[in-house]
Ligand binder design. Structure first.
Ligand code: ARG
Ligand code: ZN
Length: 421
């Protein structure tokens, strides 16, 4: 599908709504017929064995902590993995019995009414569906062009395949402390980009209701940090995680292992075929190095760094590279708890707060560690959005609104902290 070409090199001044894209479709590429999500109970976190299962290509790790592994297993590999688990006396339950069905149900196409409505609004974005990159970028430009006194788009770089990395800047009073927010570093975590987008829409379209706190911060938001991967997760493989750098044997670099603080340490792989491949060098990828340059150029005013991922419902703070905490960890725990409470107050979902290597597993080269350890932004968090395993990455689009309200609550709460409101 030629959904990419007309999006390249879009500038901040584009106003025209292009001819309608095909409506959002379930991933058309790779089939997940017969694939299942299994939840394995483990006694003590055997991360090495787990990583081998994925590196051998017999299952894909969706999630892991000290007691649970979520593995996606293709139909053909199920006998092998079943035996492997039995040999190791590991019990499992089937969480998603029919992955292809789950993917089809995740993102229903727009109805005729919705299509009609979007054609009159000047953009094609909704919060009932997961949208393609052109819809999302077109809508960011629409916001900037419609509300130039409130916000602007900034193209901070471009992806491996040449898509713009589009930041929406919601302007505060001159001299305000600044905050960074991103979503979609991992391609398949669709709920993150959709929820971050919902927040932006609410803040710009209903700016008056948020003016008190918005005027006190400069908010820089990148909803699609990995646009190539995101597009590929729609058109090629729903479960794509990395960016789309072409390699000899395997494609893609895990952008959340490519940031340059303690790069190449635990929980990041040297092999291009790994899902957690760190890349050839710190910031080897245009997506991570664009964030690096942007943040460093504003490091005097930036006070917080917030990356949205999924899933598991966690508010995580550094360090991710190993089981240590920074000297000001009590501040991070205190503010993280405020974020979790604010999110729970909007949706009822509970979020666990803690340092990421201790709570989940060590993983080096993450954006949060770099933001704190190298760029010196005090409040660096990774928030893992819903859910806790029922849908995994395949969160039905009917959740976007509720998840988006959580994101808004978290960002507002962090802004109050950063601006001492
Ligand atoms: N699920 C995220 C990942 O694996 C967690 C990142 C937490 N931060 C970190 N620096 N390890 O990328
Ligand atoms: Zn992620």
């Amino acid at each position: 599908a030629d959904d990419t070409a007309d999006d390249k090199n879009t500038t901040a001044t584009t106003t025209t709504v292009k001819a309608a894209d095909p409506p959002p479709q379930p991933a058309t590429g790779k089939s997940y017929e017969g694939a299942q999500l299994w939840r394995v109970q483990i006694a003590d976190g055997d991360v090495a064995n787990l990583q081998r299962v994925e590196d051998d290509g017999v299952a894909q790790i969706w999630y892991s902590n000290a007691t649970v592994w979520d593995l996606m297993v293709s139909a053909e590999n199920q006998p092998h993995v079943r035996k492997l688990l039995a040999d190791n006396k590991l019990a499992y339950t089937v969480v998603i019995p029919d992955m292809q069905r789950a993917i089809l149900d995740e993102n229903p196409s727009l109805s005729d009414d919705e299509l009609e409505l979007t054609s009159r609004k000047g953009h094609r974005m909704t919060w009932q569906h997961y949208h393609r990159v052109t819809d999302m970028h077109g809508w960011l430009d629409y916001l900037a062009n419609t509300y130039p006194s409130i916000c602007e788009t900034l193209v901070i770089g471009s992806s491996v395949e040449g898509r713009p990395l589009k930041v929406l800047h919601i302007k505060g009073k001159p001299g305000s402390p600044a905050m960074w927010v991103d979503g979609g570093i991992h391609a398949r975590e669709w709920i993150t980009s959709a929820s971050v987008s919902y927040m932006l829409n609410e803040l710009v379209e209903n700016h008056d209701s948020h003016r008190a706190w918005l005027s006190a911060v400069d908010l820089y938001v990148l909803p699609l940090a990995n646009p190539d991967g995101y597009e590929y997760s729609h058109a090629g493989d729903r479960m794509w995680r990395k960016n789309r750098r072409r390699g000899g044997g395997c494609d893609g670099i895990d952008l959340n292992r490519n940031f340059g603080y303690k790069w190449g340490g635990k929980g990041a792989g040297p092999q291009p075929c790994q899902e957690i491949y760190r890349g050839s060098a710190p910031f080897s990828e245009p997506e991570t190095s664009a964030i690096q340059s942007f943040v460093l150029a504003r490091k005097a005013s930036l006070k917080s760094y917030l990356s949205f991922h999924s899933y598991g419902q966690y508010v995580l703070y550094p360090w991710g590279y190993d089981r240590f905490v920074p000297p000001d960890h009590e501040d991070l725990q205190r503010v993280g708890t405020k974020l979790a409470n604010a999110m729970r107050a909007t949706s009822g979902l509970s979020y666990t707060v803690g340092s990421s290597a201790a709570l989940l597993y060590p993983a080096s080269g993450g954006s949060d560690d770099w933001a704190k350890g190298q760029a010196g932004l005090k409040y660096a968090f990774t928030i893992e959005l819903r859910d806790t395993g029922r849908h995994g990455f395949v969160v039905p689009s009917s959740h976007i609104l509720s998840s988006g309200k959580e994101v808004l609550a978290a960002v507002r709460t962090l802004a109050q902290e950063v601006a001492a409101l």
